[in-house]
Ligand binder design. Structure first.
Ligand code: ATP
Ligand code: MG
Length: 553
């Protein structure tokens, strides 16, 4: 763990420890189980778990499961899987706000008894209307002055199921003229005759997020309650509740949420993409979800390094998605074994190579990590190269194969093109070449040079696969100003089933990742177990971030 990090959160924690405000650091990551986690959540996960680690404290995983209409056990499981995948361990510290429902109810009764909460019969539209606006004060509810006894009786009746959904709420009695709208008698409980995934049919009233969240932190003894900036305006309310109840006060600290170009970072919007079938599920490799990134082949280390690099800020900003991809490439470049694969095959017949001959050539698995060793790749008379590596009439700066020209086949031989065959439509169907046997391994003993090295596969030894090639999920960079559905990139998924790969990939298993030399990084999809080899393109080889950085200088 990086001990050297400094930022406003770490500074505050150090100060609080020094002044004895808290003895022990206790953080938490508090997701609502209403969708899958996205990369924005990763920022909060890294922060909370790393702080606990750095300051020898504890980080809880707490599900803020207060809204049964939107929550599902599937989401709970997915969230746990993703956090573990990122490399964090909450141990036994797994909690649920729903476990505190009885306690929260008792707290509410305490507030009612103190004249600090009341049952209100206004309907949701009226409550909104009475609330006022940023420029005008709110209006007090006609039910605000109910007696403690009446409030206690009505609240108990709410809980025992005597009233229909939406007919009454419990509200905190604070200040309808407060400049902070959150303080204008916020709702604490709603009636919802809904089955909860954990408490089942025990409750028909549910606490609002604003009522449950702060008390849950307090119950857990959280020292630093870290959240995103939009909760800054809720802080006075959370403080107010804690003051009235006279219970443990965590310190709330807000940081700017992570936004990325070309994508959306909201479970609500991501759910729409899933439900309306823009994508193939939450773990579609185009999604900014952690499960999507895992399926795409993004290593968890790359995500953590990215989260570290972007740091913490007090004001909103948007990070280029290319910066995230930069960390993915950096990690994969070190770790991914190389293989050769041809995406758009062009057949090449090596006329002077014996028809019946096969040979095995030695290839390096990872030039960045020689401990990864070498492998054998078969060579024979008929091979495939990439269509785009040949031009019949090449322009000046095209150095690859052309009629009469010699190039190197990686780990194999120099070949020279001596003939081009076309089909009835005038399309090139195959090339004829000769090879120089003295150049085995890729170097000419007479020292002559070639200007290009091509990747290739032996036709008869090669294996086929389905490659899923991805582009950005949205065509626009800044989605905050655009209708995200209209910006959906219809070309964000392309399937290639023409490719031919070297035979070592035949045994590839889901989760493995390769660099196809000169092409990009490819990750074996779980579909491979049922459909034959399927790869997701994780990233191309060119670091677009370097270009952006230069441009911005
Ligand atoms: P969404 O809008 O995607 O539903 P949320 O904030 O409602 O996000 P929660 O499940 O409540 O989702 O989030 C759990 C934690 O993750 C919260 O503490 C929240 O502050 C943090 N978080 C959510 N989105 C981001 C983000 N983009 N960047 C940093 N932290 C985030
Ligand atoms: Mg939330």
């Amino acid at each position: 763990m990086d001990q050297g990090k400094t930022d406003f959160i770490r500074e505050t924690i150090k100060k609080d420890l020094k002044e004895g405000r808290y003895e022990k650091i206790h953080t938490r990551f508090p997701p609502e189980p209403n969708g899958y986690l996205h990369i924005g959540h990763a920022k909060a996960i890294c922060l909370n778990f790393e702080l606990a680690d750095e300051f020898k404290g504890i980080c809880n995983l707490r599900f803020d499961d207060t809204n049964p209409t939107k929550e599902e056990p599937e989401y709970v499981e997915a969230i746990k899987r993703d956090i573990a995948w990122l490399g964090f361990d909450w141990g036994l510290n797994e909690y649920y706000a729903s476990d505190y429902f009885p306690k929260l109810y008792d707290f509410a009764v305490k507030l009612i008894k103190g004249g600090k909460a009341y049952v209100c019969d206004l309907d949701p539209a009226q409550i909104r209307e009475y609330r006022g606006t940023l420029t005008s004060p709110g209006k007090e509810s006609p039910y605000r002055e109910r007696t403690v006894e009446e409030n206690l009786r009505l609240f108990e009746d709410m809980r025992s199921g005597k009233f229909p959904d939406g007919s009454r709420v419990l509200r905190a009695k604070i200040d309808m003229a407060s400049p902070n709208l959150n303080m204008r008698d916020p709702v604490m409980y709603r009636i919802m005759h809904q089955r909860h995934h954990r408490t089942k049919d025990k409750w028909c009233i549910y606490p609002t997020y604003d009522w449950a969240h702060g008390q849950s932190d307090s119950i857990e003894g959280i020292s630093h309650s870290i959240c995103t900036l939009e909760f800054e305006d809720h802080r006075p309310l959370y403080e107010w509740f804690l003051d009235q109840l006279k219970i443990h006060h965590p310190r709330q600290l807000e940081f700017a949420r992570l936004n990325l170009t070309h994508t959306v970072m909201s479970k609500r919007m991501l759910k729409i993409l899933v439900d309306e079938k823009y994508v193939n599920g939450w773990d579609d490799p185009r999604m900014p979800t952690l499960s999507g990134m895992r399926r795409r082949g993004y290593p968890p280390d790359a995500i953590r390094n990215f989260c570290s690099a972007i740091g913490l800020a007090k004001s909103e900003s948007t990070i280029e998605i290319e910066y995230l991809e930069h960390f993915v490439r950096e990690d994969l470049n070190r770790k991914a074994p190389r293989v050769m694969g041809v995406l758009n095959p062009l057949k090449v017949i090596i006329d002077n190579y014996p028809e019946e001959k096969d040979e095995e050539l030695e290839a390096i698995n990872n030039p960045e990590d020689l401990s990864a060793g070498t492998r054998k790749i078969p060579f024979s008379r008929v091979i495939y190269i990439e269509k785009e590596d040949f031009m019949e009439d090449p322009p000046k700066k095209f150095y690859r194969l052309a009629p009469g020209r010699e190039v190197r086949l990686r780990y194999a031989y120099f070949i020279r093109c001596i003939g081009v065959k076309k089909d009835g439509n005038g399309n090139i169907s195959e090339l004829h070449c000769t090879y120089d046997p003295s150049t085995k391994g890729g170097d000419a003993p007479d020292g002559r040079k070639v200007r290009a090295t091509l990747h290739w596969v032996s036709a008869k030894h090669s294996v086929g696969a389905e490659l899923r090639l991805y582009d950005k999920l949205f065509t626009t960079e800044d989605l905050s100003k655009n209708d995200f559905k209209k910006s959906f990139n219809q070309k964000s998924l392309k399937i290639n089933d023409l490719c031919r790969l070297e035979p070592s990939t035949r045994e590839a298993e889901p989760g493995q990742i390769y660099q196809f030399e000169r092409v990009g990084y490819f990750h074996v999809d779980p579909d491979t177990t049922t459909k034959g080899l399927v790869f997701n393109k994780t990233a191309g080889l060119k670091d677009q971030w370097a270009k952006i950085k230069r441009k911005n200088k």
